[in-house]
Design a protein around this ligand. Structure first.
Ligand code: AMP
Ligand code: MG
Length: 423
């Protein structure tokens, strides 16, 4: 056998773990800018009652139908007075019969030189412009004694001092919080215009996957991505559709994608997104000609296969659960927001001192599983992307910039709590 026909191993380069210099690795910011430019809202609108509107995305600005408070009222339990009658120093003022309580206002006009019992939230009777706190008076039930002067208007709330009728209270694109529901209800808004919930289908791929709860062969692993991704989508406020697991088989995967495209506005797959023999996701998207294969300058999770399947955007996430989660937070979540009507949302980081040391190389952005303790960012003991325990240990991600960085204890780093992504 001639030497020429022998397979010769490629020479090991001393930089074999660095990024290839001749390939373009798309920086994270460039990839995000493309998504921002190209993705637009793809869902319709509907109206829902406030009681069912939590986490929905507003499709229009919302206007107060009523002022808050609608009428001037008392901020405390006490006694209502005419400021004009109050003198400096000790004084005794007779009480009128009756009182003003929340929901049971005093019907008459307060006569000059008198006081009226008033409770928190009660409408100020005509003539009352000032309220004295009950703790600041002595009373026998017929009169009150107290020290003047009092500031005019003290312990009262003016009509509309919080919100004026006709003013915008909530803006289009906002994801509705529990407090927003209080604001809407308080200002007379009982129905909210929202975008239909974006439907996001989740497919796992891989012959090695077994269903949680079923028997797994020794060479199988349980599908960890599906429960995680479905739960993340639900926490983001979208509708998660479980499509199950597809084997590493092009025909089967085609059927899964066809069904997902029919039922959802966006598809998340995990696994098979690289360029290996069994990477059928990227191969299929390639065949339809709609594939953009993003070699992203990001760790973890470099290969991300993007494409359209029957017009539905597909995010082909890496199979590795750590990479799948990071890529979902960094790329798929903003895409869901854009498609679902919330517009382009950028997570907000906290700048905190590091509780770790690391020498980071230039060329790609890195995300470390991290959590805050005593105001400092700790990172998980291993950066291994197969370490699912670290995902659960972490409470957020530390983001390290594309450039090289020497991190010492106390160096400032950007920490994103998972809540910054809507989790
Ligand atoms: P792949 O991207 O298909 O090459 O998968 C990368 C790694 O992630 C492999 O070790 C897979 O076994 C693993 N993996 C793929 N899908 C899942 C999943 N749904 N749950 C847990 N691990 C997975
Ligand atoms: Mg696979």
């Amino acid at each position: 056998m001639s030497k020429q026909n022998e397979l010769v191993p490629p020479p090991l380069k001393n930089d074999c773990f660095s990024l290839p210099a001749d390939t373009h690795w798309t920086p994270v910011s460039e990839a995000l800018a493309l998504l921002k430019e190209r993705l637009h809202v793809c869902v319709g609108t509907e109206t829902v009652p406030v009681f069912a509107a939590l986490d929905r995305v507003l499709a229009e600005d919302v206007v107060a139908q009523r002022s808050n408070p609608p009428q001037p009222n008392s901020a405390v339990d006490g006694y209502g007075l005419r400021h004009f009658n109050i003198i400096e120093g000790p004084q005794t003022v007779p009480l009128v019969d009756g009182r003003s309580a929340a929901g049971a206002p005093f019907s008459g006009v307060l006569p000059g030189g008198h006081a009226v019992r008033i409770l928190t939230g009660a409408t100020l009777p005509e003539g009352v412009d000032t309220v004295i706190l009950q703790e600041d008076v002595t009373t026998d039930g017929k009169a009150i004694a107290f020290h003047g002067p009092l500031k005019k208007g003290s312990n009262t709330r003016k009509a509309g001092e919080d919100v004026a009728s006709g003013g915008v209270i909530l803006t289009k694109g906002r994801r509705i919080t529990p407090a927003d529901l209080a604001l809407a209800a308080a200002t007379g808004v009982s129905q909210l215009p929202v975008f239909e919930r974006l439907r996001v289908a989740v497919v796992s791929t891989g012959d090695e996957l077994a269903e949680p709860g079923q028997k797994a062969r020794a060479d199988q692993i349980f599908d960890a991505n599906r429960p995680m991704l479905l739960a993340m989508i639900a926490q983001f406020g979208f509708e998660a559709i479980d499509m199950g697991r597809s084997p590493d088989d092009r025909e089967a995967l085609t059927a899964y994608l066809n069904e997902a495209a029919g039922r959802a506005d966006m598809i998340l797959t995990s696994g098979g997104a690289s360029a290996g023999d069994e990477d059928h996701m990227s191969a299929l998207l390639n065949e339809t000609g709609s594939m953009t294969f993003w070699r992203l300058a990001i760790k973890p999770g470099r290969p991300l296969a993007l494409g359209l399947w029957a017009g539905t955007p597909v995010f082909g996430l890496p199979g590795n659960p750590v990479a799948a989660k990071v890529c979902t937070l960094v790329f798929a979540k903003p895409a869901m927001d854009a498609l679902g009507g919330a517009g382009w949302q950028e997570p907000v980081s906290l700048k905190v001192p590091a509780a770790f040391t690391k020498s980071k190389k230039a060329g790609r952005r890195e995300y470390l599983r991290a959590r805050l303790r005593d105001g400092r960012a700790e990172v998980f003991l291993s950066e291994g992307s197969g370490r699912i325990s670290g995902l659960s240990w972490a409470e957020g991600l530390v983001e390290l910039p594309d450039a090289a960085m020497e991190i010492h204890e106390g160096s400032e780093v950007a920490f994103y709590p998972y809540s910054a992504f809507g989790l």
